[in-house]
Design a binder for this molecule. Structure first.
Ligand code: SIN
Length: 308
C-alpha cells in the first residue's frame, strides 16, 4: 500500500461516521440523482439536498440567478414541494443514492424546525439534518442565525424531536458569527456549517433595476472563499463541534485550505454548476495532499494553520 492509499479520510459528526469529508452544498446538487451519470455518488462522504419546508413553496420571481466576477448570485426562494410530497415522492429516490443523506430543512417560524425534525426523524435512510438558519432570500430567513437567543431556540426545539445529528448552517451576514455558533451548540447542534451566501445586489444600470427579481440575493462561488475561511477559523477557535466549511470550494487545494483552517468536512456548492465532477475530483486529490504534509489522516491536519 502506498502512503497515499493509506491516508484515513474518516470523521465523525455526532453519532454519524463518514468515510470521507466531501459533501455537496444544499441547493447546488439537485436531488443528487442528476449527478449519477457523471460519477458514483455513493463515493462521496455525504450529500445534502435542497431545503425542504413544511408547506410547498413556489420560490422567488425570476431572474433568480446571475453571474458576477468570480461567483454567482442567487435569489431562489427555497422552492420545494413541501414535506409531505417530498417524503412521498422524492425521499424514496434519494435512498438509492448510496451516500449518507443529509436533509436540509428551513422553518417559516421556529416551530417549523421542530415539525420538520420530527417528520424526517420518523423516516428511514436519513443520516443527519442540516438546519438552514441562514437563507437570505425569504422573509425572515436570516433571523435564525443573527440572534443567539433565536439560534439556540431553533436547536433546542429541533433537538427535542430527534436523535439525528443536527448541523446548524449559519450566515456570514453578521458582525460576529461566534456567539451565534456558541448558542447553536448550547442548543444541541452537533456541527456548524458555514457559510451560507453573502447578501448583495447586482444592478443593471441601463434599466435602473436590480438584476435579480427580488432585488437582493446571495453571493456564492470562489469570490467568497476568503470570507468563509476566516469564519471557519474563528469558529474552530470558538466551538468544540466539527465545522463544515462551505464557500467557493472547487478543488482539493481549496478543501485543504479549509481543513488546515479548522474545517472537519467541506461542501462543494457553486462549482457543481460549472464542473459537475468537481466533488469527486476533489475527493480523489485529498490523499496525496494530506500525505504531502507528512500526515496519514485527515484528523492530523485539521486546524493546523499557524496564525500570525
Ligand atoms: C434559496 O433557495 O434562495 C437559496 C437557499 C439559501 O440561500 O439558503
Amino acid at each position: 500500500m502506498t502512503a497515499t492509499q493509506a491516508v484515513d479520510l474518516s470523521l465523525r459528526i455526532g453519532s454519524l461516521e463518514l468515510q470521507n469529508p466531501v459533501g455537496t452544498a444544499s441547493g447546488t446538487y439537485g436531488k443528487g440523482l442528476e449527478f449519477q451519470p457523471f460519477y458514483e455518488v455513493a463515493r462521496l462522504g455525504y450529500v445534502v439536498v435542497k431545503t425542504i419546508t413544511t408547506e410547498a413553496r413556489a420560490g422567488n420571481p425570476p431572474p433568480r440567478l446571475c453571474e458576477i466576477p468570480g461567483g454567482l448570485m442567487n435569489s431562489i426562494g427555497l422552492p420545494n414541494p413541501g414535506v409531505d410530497a417530498y417524503i412521498e415522492t422524492v425521499l424514496p429516490k434519494l435512498r438509492t443514492l448510496g451516500a449518507p443523506l443529509v436533509i436540509n430543512i428551513a422553518g417559516h417560524d421556529i416551530a417549523d424546525f421542530a415539525i420538520l425534525a420530527r417528520r424526517f426523524a420518523a423516516e428511514e435512510g436519513i443520516d443527519a439534518l442540516e438546519l438552514n438558519m441562514s437563507c437570505p432570500n425569504v422573509s425572515g430567513g436570516l433571523d435564525y442565525s443573527t440572534d443567539p437567543k433565536v439560534a439556540k431556540e431553533v436547536l433546542v426545539r429541533a433537538r427535542a424531536e430527534t436523535d439525528l445529528p443536527l448541523i446548524a448552517k449559519l450566515s456570514p451576514n453578521v458582525t460576529d458569527i461566534r456567539p451565534i455558533a456558541e448558542a447553536a451548540v448550547a442548543g444541541g447542534a452537533d456541527a456548524i456549517s458555514a457559510i451560507n451566501t453573502i447578501v448583495g445586489m447586482p444592478v443593471d444600470w441601463r434599466k435602473r433595476r436590480p438584476i435579480l427579481g427580488r432585488g437582493f440575493g446571495g453571493i456564492s462561488g470562489p469570490c467568497i472563499k476568503p470570507v468563509a475561511l476566516r469564519m471557519v477559523r474563528m469558529l474552530y477557535e470558538t466551538v468544540d463541534v466539527p465545522i463544515i466549511g462551505i464557500g467557493g470550494i472547487e478543488t482539493a487545494d481549496d478543501a485543504m485550505e479549509f481543513f488546515v483552517a479548522g474545517a472537519s468536512a467541506i461542501q462543494v456548492g457553486t462549482a457543481n454548476y460549472y464542473r459537475p465532477t468537481a466533488a469527486i475530483e476533489l475527493l480523489e486529490g485529498l490523499p496525496e495532499r494530506i500525505a504531502s504534509l507528512g500526515a496519514t489522516s485527515l484528523q492530523e491536519v485539521i486546524g493546523t494553520l499557524e496564525m500570525p
